[in-house]
Design a protein around this ligand. Sequence first.
Ligand SMILES: Nc1ncnc2c1ncn2[C@@H]1O[C@H](COP(=O)(O)OP(=O)(O)OP(=O)(O)O)[C@@H](O)[C@H]1O
Ligand SMILES: [Mg+2]
Length: 266
Amino acid sequence: MRSICVINQKGGSGKTTTAVNLGASLAGRGRRVLLLDFDPQHSATQWLSPRDAGRGLFDLLAGPDSATLAGLAEPTEAPNLSLVGSSAWLVGAEKALAAEPGAETILRGKVEGLPPGAFDYMLIDCPPTLGVLTVNALTAVSEVLVPVACHVMGVQGLAQILQTIERVRLRLNPGLRVAGILACRLDRRTVHGVEVEAKLRGRFPETYKTAIRENVRLAECPSMGVSILSYAPSSHGAQDYRALAEEVIGQEGQSTTEDHGTAANE
Ligand SMILES: Nc1ncnc2c1ncn2[C@@H]1O[C@H](COP(=O)(O)OP(=O)(O)OP(=O)(O)O)[C@@H](O)[C@H]1O
Ligand SMILES: [Mg+2]
């Protein structure tokens, strides 16, 4: 199983849009995908699941050891895409885990407990903060994908998040690697958009070839309860996320999972 954390401490950079639509696009290509909503704002859950996820994820992290990820996974409208939903309960997890020894590795243990071969991908939608939840996510995965909004403010702070990832790699998760940086909300019709994209690609060669264009259909689809593939399959947004899924699938051979918590599922 490939496990990818979608992360950027900047709010509104396209994390949730990417986690859901990339998840649906990978699922559309026959991959079995588990999406974890790790954000107490629970935007991905509100998008894909009509009911309140309650304290499930909170219990998984801060409750009895018997709680399992597989027990919380629910099907979504997209075939092959399952969701572990979040709720405002998760706010309490930061506090509950602060006093817990070894709290950083709780999710890793739960991922190891997934039934072998149940999923091909696990994607984690992270909150725009660098607290204990985000560190848990970074410790439980083998790869990170960093969506960046293509304006000047979006690119600022990218070095900082890459530094945080590097610190987690050194201290907690030696095999952690950057799968790619993703240019999001790109408007190539403006000089500004073109310049920011060029700067991003110049400074960070690990930027995916695919960029996600600004597309109003992407902003609309969360209120419809479905991914862009169901809502507007021929839109630029759907084209871009399908192309991203192809690029991510193209990396499959390169992924190194043997020295991670996820290795148990190989
Ligand atoms: N390519 C795009 N085109 C148009 N709108 C977009 C695009 N990507 C994201 N959006 C919109 O921008 C807003 C922020 O996106 P999103 O929620 O994915 O960011 P986020 O990084 O998850 O935010 P947060 O940090 O709050 O969790 C949302 O309203 C979303 O619909
Ligand atoms: Mg989000």
